[in-house]
Design a protein around this ligand. Structure first.
Ligand SMILES: Cc1cc2nc3c(=O)[nH]c(=O)nc-3n(C[C@H](O)[C@H](O)[C@H](O)COP(=O)(O)OP(=O)(O)OC[C@H]3O[C@@H](n4cnc5c(N)ncnc54)[C@H](O)[C@@H]3O)c2cc1C
Length: 485
């Protein structure tokens, strides 16, 4: 059969590989001149930056897509330090990727019972192992998912998911030190959510980081998209760049063709949309967005400064966090008042710590990000200006050096540009947030209920945003298509 994929984000490329391996003819239409969507790249003089994702977990989901020789070519560094945390009292905690070392060091640093920490991670593992095969690796919207033995086991263990508590409530019950609670709460941001609203189910995320590690491809994050496209081309997938899809056309319950912005029409046996689901309904199908999807709250967005820095900072690692003093207030500002917090938590990613060619030998490439609300018409010029000054002030105090004096080049990405560059609704990074305990069930399913041959993959659909889950959505879509054809 002949399938068309709209969008060449990570999930679109993964779906193309999987469908081509099933023997289908695949065309991918991308509005921009290159593939990868949010996995973009930026070069400024001697500095190179990955513009989107910086944390790579569960590389096995990329590896399983690749031929053996490409797997060898795709070299990935496993980071010994997961992240460096700087707390508002200026104390600093470095997180070892070795779980036993982490438990020992965290117990000491946070004056907490090591058994409470290891018990928490062990419980997360049990929950993940029982529920992931049901809730992350299958469609939530097919009866067969629940009638298989794994499905029945998952349902029997639903109570373990702690859906009726928030992440923060669960953490506060377990730990006494507010800094440790803050540390584990941060994992809610891995899918753009608020730990004070999101269900405690998300407490499985730290387990994934310790179990599968944090990784960085030897050539930077962009290499993930590069290697996958190389694989797709090898399998005969055709990529059409600078081809914005204007509409997905249908007759009764069947998708028949795509119309491109240049007025060309492309007939097809089926479409996989790798575009934000709300935009697929609204703009491409031109029909009403199903109510539960329309009502789903967008995930948070980000404001990112890409700074070329003319010196190195040995106290920093690949991933670094400078926490806000009042984390609860910060999330309230992001999700309730939809504005900028006066003391934002700052994330700095420095790939040049590993990928030496990303910066001159005496410099570093800083990706400086704060979480901000999705675009709701705020004045982003003014917010960017204000945020830069808050960030510079805070970093200069922590690092005891005037950072402004060391910035040699700068580029900025805000929610509006995230939307225009990647097509994400309102610039949200991860589609819809997981703040509601039913969010997982309200996300767009991987297939359409209205059209027999329309499918969905990517960050805004089941099982959610972030590279690993986007790759799982590709796996689910191809399984659904395989079972159907
Ligand atoms: C700043 C930032 C930081 C992030 N950090 C992390 C991280 O550390 N770790 C992690 O795992 N995830 C992270 N994420 C999330 C992750 O990047 C996304 O979940 C994932 O890349 C989304 O992939 P996708 O397949 O949904 O496609 P997208 O990347 O959203 O790409 C969609 C593609 O569709 C194209 N398109 C849209 N409309 C049309 C149209 N009409 N016609 C043709 N083409 C169209 C777009 O141009 C784009 O190329 C981050 C995201 C951002 C933006």
């Amino acid at each position: 059969m002949h399938f068309s994929i709209v969008g060449s984000g990570i999930s679109g490329i993964a779906t193309a590989i999987r469908l081509a391996r099933l023997g289908h003819q695949v065309d991918v239409f991308e509005q921009h001149s290159t593939y990868g969507g949010k996995l973009g790249v930026l070069e400024m003089g001697e500095f190179r930056f990955d513009t989107g994702p910086s944390l790579f977990t569960m590389p096995q989901f990329v590896r399983e897509l690749l031929d053996e020789d490409l797997n060898q070519k795709f070299q990935v560094e496993t980071l010994p330090v997961l992240c460096n945390y700087f707390f508002s009292d200026h104390s600093r905690f470095q997180v070892s990727s070795n779980q036993d070392t982490f438990v020992k060091e965290a117990a000491q640093f946070f004056s907490e019972n090591p058994k409470a920490i290891s018990g928490f991670l062990e419980k997360s593992k049990i929950v993940y192992d029982i529920t992931a095969p049901v809730f992350l690796e299958n469609s939530l919207h097919k009866l067969s998912t629940y009638t298989k033995p794994t499905g029945l086991k998952g349902i029997a263990n639903l109570w373990r998911l702690e859906m009726f508590k928030t992440m923060n409530q669960s953490l506060e019950k377990r730990f006494t030190n507010p800094k440790l609670v803050q540390f584990f709460s941060r994992y809610a941001t891995y899918n753009g959510s608020d730990p004070y609203q999101a269900p405690a189910t998300l407490n499985v995320i730290p387990h994934l980081e310790f179990e599968y590690g944090a990784h960085l491809p030897k050539l930077g994050m962009r290499q993930i998209a590069d290697i996958m496209v190389e694989q797709a081309l090898r399998l005969g997938v055709s990529f059409h760049y600078n081809q914005k899809v204007k509409s997905i056309n249908y007759h009764n319950k069947m998708i028949t063709s795509l119309s491109l912005e240049n007025n060309q029409e492309f007939s097809t046996d089926g479409v996989i949309a790798n575009v934000d689901a709300k935009i697929v309904y609204n703009k491409l199908l031109n029909i009403e967005i199903p109510k539960k999807i329309a009502q789903a709250e967008n995930s948070s967005s980000a404001l990112i400064f890409y700074w070329g820095i003319n010196r190195s900072f040995p106290e920093l690692d690949v991933h670094n966090i400078f926490f806000a003093e009042n984390y609860k207030e910060e999330f309230k500002t992001i999700f309730k008042t939809l504005s900028l917090h006066h003391d934002p938590t700052i994330y700095i990613n420095i790939t040049s710590k590993v990928v030496k060619q990303d910066a001159p030998s005496d410099g570093e490439n800083w990706f400086v990000m704060i979480n901000v609300p999705y675009n709701n018409g705020q004045d982003w010029n003014q917010i960017t200006h204000q945020a830069k000054s808050l960030i510079l002030d805070k970093l200069s105090k922590h690092l005891k050096v005037d950072i402004q004096n060391h910035i040699v080049c700068e580029s900025v990405l805000d929610p509006v540009t995230i939307e225009s560059k990647t097509g994400s609704n309102k610039g949200s990074l991860y589609g819809s947030s997981s703040n509601d305990r039913m969010s997982a069930f309200f996300r767009q399913s991987n297939f359409s209920n209205q059209f027999d041959n329309l499918y969905f993959c990517g960050g805004s659909v089941h099982p959610g945003g972030g590279i690993p889950l986007c790759l799982l959505s590709a796996k689910i879509v191809s399984k659904v298509i395989f079972e159907k054809n």
